[in-house]
Design a protein around this ligand. Structure first.
Ligand code: NAG
Ligand code: NAG
Length: 261
């Protein structure tokens, strides 16, 4: 059963990894004028989003949001007006979906300003919408491990919802299973929305977690041997003791020569 499930999954992964996120894309970016719009993002990070990447947050178009599997992906974004903007641009993390197809990203004000040259932030904000160039980059949470948070919708013992935080590297989580520590009886989690995964058959006791991430034309297993203690709490945030640092290999022949000068 598990094997066939994985096989099916891997076949479906290879058809979705051809978007070549790491290629350079040209589009536009706008910004949220209200900081609050970002903590209510579709990924479900809530107020924890404010602590990510110095609040350099982004709502991304559906092709990048990918029904939630793009949540937590990181991008280098720069605006193309050389008078207003630096060549480096800034890095942002996806915390929301942008359903407006006129700009690929809607950024937090802070991220938008961070693309500006010194003293040009206000002028850039006045512009409102900027022509930008972006590419996906690995996320770096500066030593933080992959972490799970037990969501408030959890109801012991019949329902468990976990939010995944600080997913490093440049991959997508395509499957997640939990089991009691020491047991090989795995229960799969389903993506509820954004970064939140759930099950209505949570095992009892301390829990281990395994993930399948896209790492190329096949997935890679990541195993956290002990994530939730037996006395886990709703609202609790638990370090998995592992981090994901892989960069998914994609067939991006058409852009592998591109460089970010
Ligand atoms: C954006 O969406 C609207 C409504 O669905 C459509 O009419 C328009 O052509 C789209 N624009 C682009 C640039 O895709
Ligand atoms: C990450 O996990 C390792 C164990 O694998 C642990 O030693 C380390 O302290 C953790 N890092 C943080 C920042 O908690």
């Amino acid at each position: 059963m598990g094997f066939f499930y994985l096989f099916f999954l891997l076949v479906s992964i290879s058809s979705t990894t051809n978007a070549c996120d790491r290629c350079l894309h040209q589009s536009k970016a706008a910004f949220f004028s209200k900081a609050s719009s970002l903590s209510s993002g579709a990924c479900g990070y809530g107020s924890s989003a404010a602590s990510f990447y110095g609040s350099h947050l982004a709502a991304a178009v559906p092709s990048l949001y990918k029904s939630g599997s793009g949540c937590g992906a990181c991008f280098q974004v720069r605006c193309l007006d050389s008078k207003l903007c630096s060549k480096t641009g800034t890095q942002v993390i996806v915390t929301d979906e942008n359903k407006n197809n006129e700009t690929d990203f809607v950024l937090s004000g802070r991220a938008f300003m961070a693309m500006a040259n010194k003293n040009m932030g206000k002028n850039l904000l006045k512009l409102g919408v900027a022509n930008v160039e972006y590419r996906r980059v690995p996320c770096d949470f500066k030593g933080k491990n992959f972490t799970v948070r037990v969501e408030e919708s959890t109801q012991k013992p019949n329902y468990l919802a976990l939010k995944f935080l600080y997913q490093g590297g440049q991959t997508e989580i395509v499957a997640a299973d939990i089991a009691q520590v020491g047991s090989s009886s795995w229960t799969y989690l389903t993506r509820n929305h954004g970064a939140v995964w759930d099950t209505s058959r949570p095992p009892a006791g301390a829990l281990q977690l395994r993930l399948v991430v896209t790492s190329g034309y096949d997935g890679k297993w990541i195993w956290a041997q002990s994530v939730l203690p037996a006395d886990w709490k709703i609202g609790g945030v638990y370090d998995s003791g592992v981090q994901i640092d892989d960069v998914a290999q994609e067939g991006c022949g058409e852009c592998d020569e591109q460089i970010w000068n």
